[in-house]
Each structure stands twice: as structure tokens, then as C-alpha cells.
Design a protein around this ligand. Structure first.
Ligand SMILES: [Zn+2]
Length: 435
């Protein structure tokens, strides 16, 4: 069976590269993946998948860090001009940019696979040394660049769809291919889970292409993710003449500055690693005006969700009291979040054993891999695990130039997509046939 899978996927490679380069060129950031998602829906539909999209797979109340209406609409129109599929585009309007393709093949297990599709809010390098520039597929959209490899993930997902259709006679059960918006800033997965689309999933997979390891390397499951909260604090005071009546104002700048200093004074925790960062602080309007407004962009993290919650609660208490000190009010707005999570060792091991039989993989890592990042896929893992299922997060090496994720020179080795597709497909078949 592996041989047949390898033949099918090897034949798909030119398509994998073409799709990846197309998504790369028209990069779209979280909640604005209108073109990307519409083309994914078109492809899944044409392959014979049942397609669910928009509000059917994205629960409005669980979305986090959604851009304002004007930005959403501007990018919606941009997508239309850049070749979005006119049939599927309207369902995505307003930032409901999730797509799920379902393939039902009779009785059997329900398998979910997550592919994130969003770009990072940054402008791609224009250097002629940069391969996407040299080969004509660098992002044409300012402040949107696929510098994390999610263009590859989207293409891998479509490759999995195409290969599964060719292997349909072997499938017993249901496969749900979940194309998730807004993974960057951990904003999208919770809303996809909130739609209930994963409630019947028994086995859940996701993978990340990584620039840190060479092509041919793979780990069957990641062992830890930091829980995180991304939130904005808005402090509101009252303006006054700085010379004529300074006592009449409520100084939001001082409240914000006091808060920032004290946020970093939260003690370390005996139970494990924690983090806090104030990434942005803006306040005030003019030299001779008591500053009436301040805005802080903050994130907290923790090795477990409990540690993270401790950091978050402590941070909010500091913000509230710093605001109160200067007679200001506080509003905290959630911009993103993820819980901690862990791959199931049983499914990770199973994935590792399958990888060992795929010719693309030359270094198969034992056990669970580590790392200090966060991923909102943890919401999906948690839902499946809570329902008695298993979930894993696969790491796939794809280094090409040593440039790190989220840098303007990021690129990955496109050959790694082939191995990734094989691993997803072979894992699905293994579960369906030997469960
Ligand atoms: Zn990523």
C-alpha cells in the first residue's frame, strides 16, 4: 500500500508546488484568507468532497483578533480582483474564512486533519537573492507574507484530498480536512472547534513544516505547547490643560507606564515556565495635554493552562489597579489564545512507524518533540481527546536557507510537502484498515 501511495503522491508533486506558489504570491493574513479559502473550497468541491465553509465552520463568538470591518472588506475586494472563486467567496465575507472538506466512505473511524492557511503580517523581502523573488512568486500583497509555511500546509491539504480520492476504494470511514484561518496570533482554531465540526472526530492530525530541521526529518508528535493569552488593554482617563489645570485630568499614560513596569514584576512560578511581554505601548495626544488614552498589547504564556491563567489573572489585576491609581478605567479585549497541549503518545508512535516506511523520511525522531511556542491546534486536540479520541502534531523538516520563521527571507524546501502528504494519507489508511 505504501508503494501505491508513494506513486500517487509523487505524481502530484508539480501540483503541490504550483499551488503552494500561488498561495504564497497572494498571501493573506488571518481572517482575510478570502482568495485562499475560496480556491480551496473550489478544489475540494471539484474533487467530490462535501464542502462546508464560512459560518458553518467558524463560530462568530469564538473568533479572536478579527480585523475591523473596513480592513475585512478591503481584503475581500482584493481577493475578488486576485482571482478568488466567485461561487464560494460570498460565504466567507466578514472574516469567516474557514473551509472543511468531508469525504464519507461508509462505516469506519472519523479522522480529522488540520491545515492552517494564513500568512504573517509582514512584508516579504524584495532581494533578488530570495528565491520567491527570483522565481516570481513573492507576495504581491504588502504586509502579508507566508513566512511560516502555511502556504505549504494549504497545498499539502489539497494534495491529501487529491490522493485520498484516488485511493477511495481503500477507504472505510470519514475524513475531514480542516483548513483553518488565523493560526498566527492563535486566533482561529477556537472558533472552528466552536462550530462543532470536530465533535465526531476520533483521530486528529496536524503538521508543521519547519526551517529548523533538514528535509527528510520528521517527529511523529510534539510533546508540549505553551498556553497563551494575547490581549489588548485600553486605559481611559480624562484630558486637561497640562499647565492651566493639570489636577483636572486622569493620566492614562502614567497608568499604562505603571502597569508595564509592574507586569514584568510578576514573580516566577514554582510549578513551571511562565512568560509575559508588553509588545506595544501607545499613549497620549499632545505635549501640553494630560494623556487621556493608552493602549497596551500584551501576551502571557505558561507551560500549562493553569500557569498561563495565573499569569493572565495577575496581569489583569495589575492593570486594573494601575488604572485605578490615576482615576482611569480599563477595558481588556481578548485578541488570541491557546491552551497547553500534548500529542497522544500512541498516535505519535503510530505516525512515527508509518513515517519509517516512507522513502522521503531519512531521520525519524523517537518519542515526542519539545519546543517553546504556542499553537491553537491545542483546542482541536483537546476537543478530540475529551471525546475519547487521539490527536498528534507532526513536525516535518523543510530547511532550505536557514532563515527562521517569521523573517522576511523565510522559505522552505518544497520537496518536503511530498513526504508530508504521504504521511497524512498513509496514516489515514492505516487507521481505517487496522484500527
Ligand atoms: Zn506556523
Amino acid at each position: 500500500m505504501i508503494t501505491r501511495i508513494e506513486q500517487i503522491v509523487d505524481a502530484l508533486e508539480p501540483q503541490l508546488i504550483e499551488q503552494r506558489r500561488d498561495f504564497h504570491k497572494y498571501a493573506e493574513s488571518g481572517w482575510t484568507e478570502f482568495r485562499t479559502a475560496s480556491l480551496i473550497a473550489r478544489k475540494l468541491h471539484d474533487l467530490g468532497f462535501e464542502v462546508k465553509l464560512g459560518r458553518d465552520v467558524v463560530r462568530e463568538a469564538d473568533r479572536m483578533g478579527v480585523p475591523d470591518e473596513a480592513t475585512l472588506e478591503k481584503h475581500y475586494q482584493r481577493a475578488r480582483e486576485q482571482g478568488a472563486d466567485p461561487e464560494f467567496l460570498p460565504a466567507l465575507r466578514g472574516g469567516f474564512t474557514g473551509v472543511v472538506g468531508i469525504l464519507r466512505c461508509g462505516e469506519g473511524p472519523v479522522i480529522g486533519m488540520r491545515f492552517d492557511i494564513d500568512a504573517v503580517d509582514m512584508t516579504e523581502s524584495q532581494s533578488p537573492e530570495h528565491r520567491p523573488v527570483r522565481e516570481g512568486f513573492a507576495s504581491v500583497n504588502p504586509e502579508a507574507m507566508h513566512s511560516c509555511g502555511h502556504d505549504g500546509h494549504a497545498s499539502i491539504g489539497l494534495g491529501v484530498a487529491a490522493a485520498l480520492v484516488e485511493l477511495k476504494d481503500q477507504l472505510r470511514g470519514t475524513v475531514k480536512l480542516v483548513f483553518q484561518p488565523a493560526e498566527e496570533g492563535v486566533r482561529g482554531a477556537k472558533a472552528v472547534v466552536g462550530s462543532g465540526i470536530l465533535d465526531d472526530v476520533q483521530y486528529m492530525f496536524a503538521a508543521h513544516l519547519g526551517s529548523g530541521s533538514p528535509t527528510g526529518s520528521v517527529a511523529g508528535g510534539r510533546g508540549s505547547f505553551l498556553a497563551t493569552s494575547k490581549f489588548d488593554a485600553f486605559i481611559t482617563g480624562a484630558p486637561a490643560h497640562a499647565g492651566g489645570k493639570p489636577e483636572g485630568g486622569h493620566n492614562a499614560l502614567l497608568a499604562a507606564a505603571t502597569a508595564a513596569i509592574n507586569l514584568y514584576a510578576i514573580p516566577r512560578h514554582s510549578q513551571g515556565a511562565t512568560r509575559i511581554n508588553v509588545g506595544r505601548l501607545q499613549a497620549g495626544t499632545g505635549r501640553n495635554v494630560i494623556p487621556a488614552q493608552a493602549h497596551l498589547a500584551i501576551e502571557t504564556r505558561g507551560y500549562t493552562s493553569e500557569l498561563e491563567q495565573h499569569m493572565y489573572n495577575y496581569a489583569v489585576r495589575i492593570l486594573e489597579n494601575a488604572a485605578a491609581m490615576h482615576g482611569c478605567t480599563l477595558e481588556v479585549r481578548a485578541m488570541g489564545g491557546a491552551i497547553s497541549g500534548k500529542s497522544d503518545i500512541e498516535l505519535a508512535d503510530r505516525t512515527r512507524r508509518i513515517a519509517q516506511r516512507i522513502s522521503d523520511f531519512t531521520h525519524v525522531h523517537p518519542g515526542l518533540s519539545g519546543g517553546g511556542g504556542s499553537e491553537d491546534y491545542t483546542y482541536m486536540m483537546a476537543r478530540v481527546q475529551a471525546n475519547g479520541g487521539q490527536a498528534t502534531f507532526i513536525s516535518i523538516g523543510a530547511d532550505i536557507n536557514g532563515a527562521g520563521h517569521h523573517t522576511a527571507e523565510f522559505d522552505f524546501d518544497e520537496r518536503a510537502m511530498r513526504g508530508a502528504v504521504k504521511l497524512f494519507v498513509a496514516s489515514a489508511l492505516d487507521i481505517m484498515q487496522n484500527r
